[in-house]
Design a protein around this ligand. Structure first.
Ligand SMILES: CC(C)(COP(=O)(O)OP(=O)(O)OC[C@H]1O[C@@H](n2cnc3c(N)ncnc32)[C@H](O)[C@@H]1OP(=O)(O)O)[C@@H](O)C(=O)NCCC(=O)NCCS
Length: 334
């Protein structure tokens, strides 16, 4: 008898340091007006000096574990979605595992901005197969470390952060449906060309800025709007849930215009499509659990609510999960 996976804890972490559009106006040829109208972003957070992806992940994971009321001995598996690991190897999940004092296996899922949904798929599958009872799933990125702050077309978009959930085996879903997609033929549309085994770091490559994020923004935009409604419907179809049954859709926070297009294509009212991109920017694998935590802690989620989480990103990758929320609304004093 297969069990299901439910979310019993959620937590997130944003670094203190803010980078506003006004700050960016002093760095590249841009304007607050352009950034707000083209992306919806007003400010984003930057990891502090000395703070890396693992630090962000640890803080979010601690909060999720406290929210779930689980101890470190109870975690059977840690899966971390990130594309800005502390280093090429070891996996950032190993650093997080040690910092949290866990003794479980830990690995990274690298699916760029879809990293959290991929990690959630791995955690859910481990529980459904009976190989794990409690799984810590984290999405964390510090992509501003890899952004070219002389390239106005990318540097205005990204911010740093982390979010996490604790999954536990349960009698009833929980995670009602989850679907993933990959199209590697679009790998050149978004990524960091140098620093891996294809183009190891050299002075020349650094001089050419090949160790920084490169993106074909228009193509990525079109891809996101094309694939996300379809994968959401795939995940919904797995348990016979209609779009109209959803209390909320949480799309990956990449661009407000993409979020609006997803709402329109799914034909779901705007007030049921969550957005916090104005204050976070694109935090990559962190964006969905950050948004989920904000929705939960602000008291907007009730037990029984159905929520669709929709991710997309470099790879190209995409994925969606439909979750029945089972946690009680936190009290105001919490
Ligand atoms: C990047 C993005 C915001 C650009 O918006 P856009 O409306 O497509 O703008 P374009 O790329 O067509 O550029 C329009 C003009 O604005 C300029 N521009 C680009 N960035 C600018 C900035 N920060 N400030 C001012 N002007 C800017 C361009 O140079 C271009 O000028 P030109 O017409 O003189 O060449 C948009 O394509 C996007 O969000 N794409 C998806 C990116 C994404 O989500 N990536 C992560 C996926 S997980």
């Amino acid at each position: 008898m297969h069990s299901h996976a439910e979310m019993i804890g959620v937590g997130s972490y944003l670094p203190e340091r803010r980078l506003t559009n006004a700050d960016l106006e002093g760095m590249v040829d841009t304007s607050d007006e352009w950034i707000v109208t083209r992306t919806g972003i007003r400010e984003r957070r930057l990891a502090e000096k000395g703070e890396s992806t693992s630090h962000l992940a640890v803080e979010a994971a601690r909060r999720a574990m406290a929210d779930a009321g689980v101890g470190r001995d109870e975690i059977d598996l840690l899966v971390l979605g990130t594309s800005s690991p502390d280093m090429i190897f070891p996996a950032t999940a190993c650093l997080v595992q040690a910092a949290l004092g866990l003794s479980c296996p830990a690995y990274d899922a690298m699916a760029a901005c879809t990293g959290f949904v991929y990690a959630l798929h791995a955690g859910t599958t481990a529980i459904e197969s009976g190989r794990a009872r409690t799984v810590l799933v984290v999405g964390a990125d510090a992509l501003t470390r890899h952004v070219d702050f002389t390239d106005r077309s990318t540097c205005v978009l990204f911010g740093d952060g982390a979010g996490a959930v604790v999954l536990r085996s349960s009698e009833r879903p929980g995670v009602c449906g989850i679907a993933l997609g990959t199209d590697g033929s679009g790998a050149d549309l978004l990524g960091i060309p140098a620093g891996g085994s294809a183009l190891p770091v050299t002075h020349e490559r650094i001089d050419a800025n090949l160790h920084k994020v490169k993106m074909n923004g228009n193509e990525v935009f079109r891809f996101a709007v094309r694939v996300t409604p379809k994968v959401a419907l795939d995940a919904l179809g797995q348990s016979g849930i209609d779009v109209g049954d959803l209390a909320y859709v949480i799309p990956h926070q990449a661009n407000q215009r993409i979020i609006d297009a997803i709402a329109e294509r799914l034909d779901i009212p705007r007030d049921r499509v969550f957005s916090n991109i104005a204050t976070t920017g694109n935090t990559s694998a962190a964006s969905i659990p950050l948004a989920l935590d904000e929705l939960y802690t602000s008291g907007q989620l009730s037990p029984g609510d159905l929520v669709a989480l929709i991710g997309f990103g470099a790879g190209l990758t995409w994925g969606a999960a439909v979750v029945e929320w089972t946690k009680a609304t936190p009290s105001k004093e919490a």
